[in-house]
Design a protein around this ligand. Structure first.
Ligand code: ATP
Ligand code: SKM
Ligand code: MG
Length: 187
């Protein structure tokens, strides 16, 4: 049996939870949900869990409680989730900026970076702006700088997929196939 070592105990590769990271709007939630269905695993979206906990949408959490409260909740939730196996977890776009979140995800789970070119991503801006407070009040040039800067953070991952040419379904199928192949090779 092949195992990847981590600091606490050895978890068989096949049982590790899968975590999706990447910039806002790249498809972590939609593709993560499809991957979970295809692998018969439960799906957890970190943003939705936080909205459920506070009983308000994210823009309202940012407005009334502040971004720092949201980031604390994000860290506590993701740390707890990463200690559970056999899940598919989609993070919020800013979660991986916290070092503790990066560390716990990378040591306990399989981290997939979903990426998109800037040219493709900017076509989604209008659809995203209302529900993503981090994008609000910024010029397109500022958003591009944020997009490029954050790419460096997501560079810490186990696997990456550029989805420019892929539908949500195709991306999910590709991820499932590549996971199954690595389980076969390393188990
Ligand atoms: N491969 C794709 N092709 C076309 N549209 C896509 C693709 N992936 C996602 N989308 C669309 O982009 C939008 C944003 O996707 P989604 O909410 O999954 O992003 P996210 O990465 O979870 O964002 P956030 O970090 O803000 O949570 C959705 O409307 C979704 O249908
Ligand atoms: O990129 C970010 O900082 C965020 C992304 C969203 O998924 C939400 O987690 C929230 O709007 C913050
Ligand atoms: Mg999402």
């Amino acid at each position: 049996m092949g195992y990847i070592e981590n600091s606490l105990r050895e978890i068989p590769l096949k049982e590790k939870s899968i975590v999706f990271v990447g910039f806002m709007g790249v498809g972590k939630t939609t593709i993560g949900k499809l991957v979970a269905q295809k692998l018969h695993r439960s799906f957890i979206d970190a943003d939705s869990e936080i909205e459920r906990k506070y009983q308000m949408p994210i823009p309202k959490i940012f407005k009334t409680l502040g971004e720092s409260e949201f980031r604390k909740a994000e860290k506590n939730l993701i740390t707890e989730l990463c200690h559970q196996n056999l899940k598919v977890i989609s993070l919020g776009g800013g979660a991986f900026l916290q070092e503790e979140i990066r560390d716990v995800c990378l040591s306990h789970c399989i981290v997939f970076h979903l990426d998109l070119s800037w040219e493709m991503w900017k076509e989604r801006l209008d659809m995203l702006i209302e529900t993503r407070p981090v994008l609000q009040g910024r010029t397109i040039e500022e958003i591009e700088l944020l997009f490029q800067a954050r790419r460096e953070t997501y560079a810490d991952h186990h696997s990456k997929l550029i989805t420019d040419q892929l539908s949500e379904e195709e991306a999910a199928n590709y991820i499932v196939d590549s996971l199954k192949l690595s389980w076969k090779l390393y188990n």
